[in-house]
Design a protein around this ligand. Structure first.
Ligand SMILES: [Fe+2]
Length: 159
């Protein structure tokens, strides 16, 4: 951890830097999965899904920047290399050869839901650490993931 004039206790800053880095890895992993699906999707709903996957990625990307810069604001180091993301993400590996539109929607929904659960737990971690700024940031990300999950799941639901 780097020295800072930020008055949050050092142990709180360190634990939140680690917690935020873990969600950052998941979010970058999800962003790559969304682009992969955007490029490779096939089927009768091609254009809608091609555009939807990119739109969701676009709404999530600014949150990754916010998470990373919160880590550094707390005196930590943002873990953004490919290798750090690969080892840090808790998401299941994305099925690289899948192209069926509805299967891709379901695979993405699984990962959005898993990350959403992790981010919700992170809000509690931040509150317990007395870090209202990180709790607020994670709350915004949680809301964005909930919306992304709705956009995906609406394709899978009949009613
Ligand atoms: Fe594109």
């Amino acid at each position: 951890m780097h020295d800072t004039r930020n008055d949050l206790p050092a142990n709180a800053r360190a634990s939140m830097a680690a917690a935020l880095n873990a969600r950052l890895a998941g979010l970058i992993d999800l962003g790559l999965a969304l682009k992969h699906a955007h490029w490779n999707v096939k089927g009768p709903h091609f254009i809608a899904l091609h555009e939807l996957f990119d739109e969701i990625r676009g709404t999530l990307d600014p949150h990754a920047d916010d998470l990373a810069e919160r880590v550094t604001a707390l005196g930590g180091t943002a873990q953004g290399t490919l290798q750090q993301v690969a080892s840090g993400s808790a998401l299941a590996p994305f099925p690289a050869e899948e192209t069926d539109g509805m299967i891709l929607v379901a695979e993405l929904a699984d990962r959005v839901a898993a990350l959403g659960k992790s981010v919700r737990a992170g809000i509690t971690e931040a509150e317990d650490a007395g870090d209202a700024g990180s709790a607020d940031l994670l709350t915004g990300l949680s809301r964005a993931l909930d919306k992304a999950l709705w956009l995906l799941e609406a394709h899978l639901q009949k009613r």
